[in-house]
Design a protein around this ligand. Sequence first.
Ligand code: DPP
Ligand code: ZN
Length: 878
Amino acid sequence: NNVIYRADYQEPAFWIDTVDLCFDLDPAKTRVLNRMKLRRNPDVMPQPLRLDGEELNLARVLVNGQGTSFKMENNQLVLENLPDGFEPFDLEIFTTCAPAKNTKLSGLYVSNDSFFTQCEAEGFRRITYFLDRPDVMASYTVLLRADKKAYPVLLSNGNLVEQGDMDDGRHFAKWVDPFRKPSYLFALVAGQLVAREQRIKSRAGNEHLLQVYVRPGDLDKTEHAMNSLMASVAWDEARFGLTLDLERFMIVATSDFNMGAMENKGLNIFNTKYVLASQATATDTDFGNIESVVGHEYFHNWTGNRITCRDWFQLSLKEGLTVFRDQEFSMDLAGEASARAVKRIEDVRVLRTAQFPEDAGPMAHPVRPDQYMEINNFYTVTVYEKGAEVVRMMQTLVGRDGFASGMKLYFERHDGHAVTCDDFAQAIADANPESKLAQLLPQFKRWYSQAGTPRVKAVGHYDAASGIYNLTLTQSCPPTAGQEVKEPFVIPIGLGLLGADGAELSHGMHVLTEATETLTFPGLQAAPVPSILRGFSAPVILEYDYTDAELLTLLAHDTDPFNRWEAGQRLAVNRALGYIGQDGLAAGDIRLDAPYIEAMRTVLRDPKLDAAFKELALTLPAETYLGEQLDVVDPQRIHAVREAMREQLAGALYDDWQWAFETHKENGAYTPDSVSSGRRALTGLALTNLCLAARASGDAVWPGKALQRFKDASNMTDRFNALAALVTSGHELAGQALQRFHAMFKDEALVLDKWFALQAGAPDRGGNVLPAVKQLMKHPDFSLRNPNRARSVIFSYCSANPGGFHRHDAAGYVFWSERVIELDSINPQVAARLARALDRWKKLAEPMRGAAREAIARVAAKPDLSNDVREVVTRALA
Ligand code: DPP
Ligand code: ZN
């Protein structure tokens, strides 16, 4: 088997100091001349040079200008007759590749007649033979040559030092990157592109040129990305003292991209989804995502590029840290405490609906994994989002200023090097020697090594005679593959105690380190209501048997907005689980109790709460989140119960939803700021509820209003929310609105993605979604090759529509297995993501469980499966 282990890490046998690349770009056959200076690594036993390469045609190998013998061994070019000693020598390799045939979108490929590269994690080996590993850092010079008319723009990393015309209609550009870098940060772009440009001056007084390159028709959708980039530059200087280290910083957008974006040095390449926005085509969510992804990639320039990973097991060194940084960036830009809390709630929602299931499923792995078959499978919510939570806990333990000092020390120690997660944690701790982090560092680092989501069970006891309240906290962590027994974690727990009237009696931060600890609070007049894990201070599952009365107190009064929201979610979860577990209870017979409905009404009407918070609080927990609370899952049952609860809230709060809609709908000129996008979010939720209520009552007024709003909307958020209200409520007007929407936006690929996704993710009514999805795949605008489009239809159904996907007749799983196999021969990375839609199959109720297993086995039985998909299905069946 081809499993790679972290414990097997060894330094490379050779270092590569300089790389001089010359590209003759041609879609059918691109010629790559790679001239390197290498030397033996004196710290490693002498051994042959093994260069990685994939799907390359090798034409020539020269050592110090002379031909040499070589052999090929499993995708490696092996050179044995190299000069002895430690003197540098020249290695020249000439290869060709076929970018137009590269459907994997890894390496050098063609999209819309332009050339792009994607080298993380191991794409550079698809461009030339190389020591394609992040600890080999070299200085790059790149000469690009291509037909001038077809490819007027030629870009690579660093600075443009020379350009000119050749005599055959071609032209050239020469780029030099002043910083050493690992191969995964290499990039080139060639094509017909135009740029929005902005000159800025840093605080330090240096001038920089910022550019956002897009296809010619898209220039009017680049303002927000540019603003986000300028904000990112300013933020990193202000918060961490990290300045832009290049004269020029470029972002280029492509519509064919496996991931969100890529932080190549000085030449970030982005999925168009995270660049292009106008009020007519992008929603508030899109605007927010662009801001955070532009920030994320920019912040990588220091956390990832200046200091990179020693090996891919350390991926969270750059990703967890950089997600933490982009989260903080978005919060700082959001402004007030209430807007920061909204962002925090949204981030936690992602963690709990996506990362917690991953941590409990067959792909569970530590933030710093110990092994992999295919590294592309480990760009996960665990490495990214849980990794960010680990960094956040460090900041909690050392304080905001202490964390900034830790970052400073990290750069003093490791700038220009490829390092490990241990190095990062050590720097933060060493800069804060008095902190809990420093005192508990080896134990704290279990967050990097132990997989699984810890549980903290809290039990309170109030003794009226003594006035003492005891809160006992017990932590545990379930076994995961290869880790039967877990040692206790360091868990910072934000705590508050409220009186029954809601007044705050005390608050603080407790750091739980033992398996069990009891906290004592003397001098209380009555049993308090504990507010535990405030701000979601650790990525754990909190178990506490709250009574409804306690939750209602927290929902109404907690000073911590996160726990206020959480109290509302718990009220909903308790009810949903109760209904789900009640045998024989038909969804139509569900009756929500008055206290819950009144509590929701109070939140909705509360003049002191932000619209954005209300939208989050009035949204029921996701179906997948409810599923995670159960041992055996029937996704259709969960869906039916949640829909029934939703319809009841819609009907019971009918007047309140009308009020919410009418009082929040006017918003003046469009700006995507947190206050006005919060208003739009609440308006959208209100409209959906009004249409749902209308569906039950047969009233046609609100669907009519929704259609009108859909037609008149001045921005995509309002237009799309109105469309979604019709589709979600299953109203007959949805069909004509969908048709009109398609006609309006037929030339806007990103908007069409929304159109496809809305239909594939629509609430299932009698099994109607799967046939609709199959129909959508026959639509002339559908393409399996374009990852965004494939995701908008197939993933929206298989991964984001549990009620529609987990059919009792297994047809959803048959569809899934066919698509995984079909995609695998085009693009294994995308296929492997889809393969994970059945991660949690073991929890399914029969007949789904057996059918899911069969579908996974069918995929696993395919002989020429990629490593990517093989790893996912092998683990699922293990
Ligand atoms: N390193 C990229 C990112 O997360 C993913 N390739 O920004
Ligand atoms: Zn990243």
